[in-house]
Ligand binder design. Structure first.
Ligand SMILES: [Zn+2]
Length: 95
């Protein structure tokens, strides 16, 4: 499903800048995120998480109010399958 908007990389960057400046903690576990790390480069690095999963509401994919800071580790560990944040779109589960 190549449904990612072409504007996503831009919006993702905006969210990264916003959260890095604010030193926003992970909204899943509440712990600090290491903003010295490149996004999605390590378990403690920043990764954007959609509060309302894109799979549920594609129109909110680019809504910064719907994008929260999370650890890559937390974001990927949730495993509820509703959050297709994995960069390569590896989630190929059939709904
Ligand atoms: Zn976390």
């Amino acid at each position: 499903m190549g449904s990612r908007s072409s504007r996503w990389p831009y919006v993702r960057k905006l969210a990264w800048d916003r959260d890095r400046k604010a030193r926003a903690p992970c909204h899943i576990c509440g712990m600090a995120i290491d903003y010295h790390l490149d996004p999605s480069s390590a378990p403690d690095s920043w990764e954007p998480d959609h509060l309302i999963p894109v799979a549920k509401d594609p129109e909110r994919e680019l809504d910064l109010n719907n994008i929260l800071a999370s650890h890559m580790r937390c974001n990927r560990a949730r495993g509820d399958g509703t959050n297709g944040e994995n960069e390569l779109g590896k989630r190929s589960r059939i709904w």
